[in-house]
Design a protein around this ligand. Structure first.
Ligand code: MN
Length: 244
């Protein structure tokens, strides 16, 4: 199983979640929301748990001052996230800060030789794609919980984006409609726990099983074939993706 976008450090008992994932052999990309969370989150690494260095767009106005910390740590990882832009009403007012932070990070990733990046694009898929296109050396973008238009989806596919999809996204027909148009060889699963919820409960990494089930139905494959296909995708991303 693969959870390519999870906020492991934000669960009430992160150590026991990490231990269970380790025991169950779940591959995790443990994303951070601020650069200063890096060291604490890295302590949760196990053999299949990797930590991504991030600065969440919803925190750009409060934590933009941590960019020097980001720059200092970037050499230590090949994964960056959660980064991106958010144009929901409550964050629109900080658009300038968000753009500064996102542009700084994409440029830094480019200078560092490219990174695998987990990217947030809520109500902002078009500007996110504009920035990615302006920074082609930044690495491989993995758009997490993509919810843009079909047109933006086509553009994202054209510029080489990957997609990570979770049970909450695949719960809606709109999400499934987008997922059905994504290239099967550029899709991974995610939980986005504990932020993402299903039936009023925070999702846990092993809930990616539910996303795998949706994908199996969509791709008309067995659950086992789907899991193998997703593993092969991850392997290819890690071998072709930005080395750093
Ligand atoms: Mn997230």
């Amino acid at each position: 199983m693969i959870d390519f976008h999870c906020h492991l450090d934000l669960f009430p008992d992160p150590v026991s979640v990490a231990d269970r994932c380790d025991k169950d052999g779940i591959y995790i990309l443990s994303v951070t929301t601020t650069p200063t969370a890096w060291h604490g989150t890295k302590k949760l690494e196990r053999s299949r748990i990797k930590t991504a260095l991030g600065l969440h767009p919803q925190l750009a106005h409060q934590r933009g001052s941590e960019l020097p910390v980001f720059d200092k740590l970037l050499a230590e990882t090949r994964y960056v996230g959660e980064i991106g832009l958010d144009c929901a009403p409550e964050f629109k007012g900080y658009w300038g800060d968000q753009l500064n932070v996102f542009r700084h990070i994409l440029a830094a990733c480019g200078e560092a030789g490219g990174r695998i990046m987990s990217i947030h694009s809520r109500r902002a898929s078009r500007p996110v794609l504009d920035e990615l296109q302006s920074n082609p050396d930044a690495g491989v973008p993995v758009l997490h919980w993509f919810s843009g238009s079909l047109r933006d989806l086509e553009r994202a596919i054209d510029i080489g984006c990957w997609f990570s999809l979770g049970p909450a996204m695949l719960q809606s027909s709109r999400g499934r409609n987008l997922a059905a148009r994504m290239p099967k060889d550029r899709v991974l699963t995610e939980s986005d726990g504990p932020f993402a919820q299903l039936s009023g409960r925070a999702l846990l990494p092993w809930d990616v099983m539910l996303a795998t089930r949706h994908l199996a139905a969509m791709w008309e494959m067995t659950h086992e074939q789907t899991a193998l296909h997703l593993n092969a995708n991850l392997k290819r991303l890690l071998s072709d993706g930005a080395s750093g």
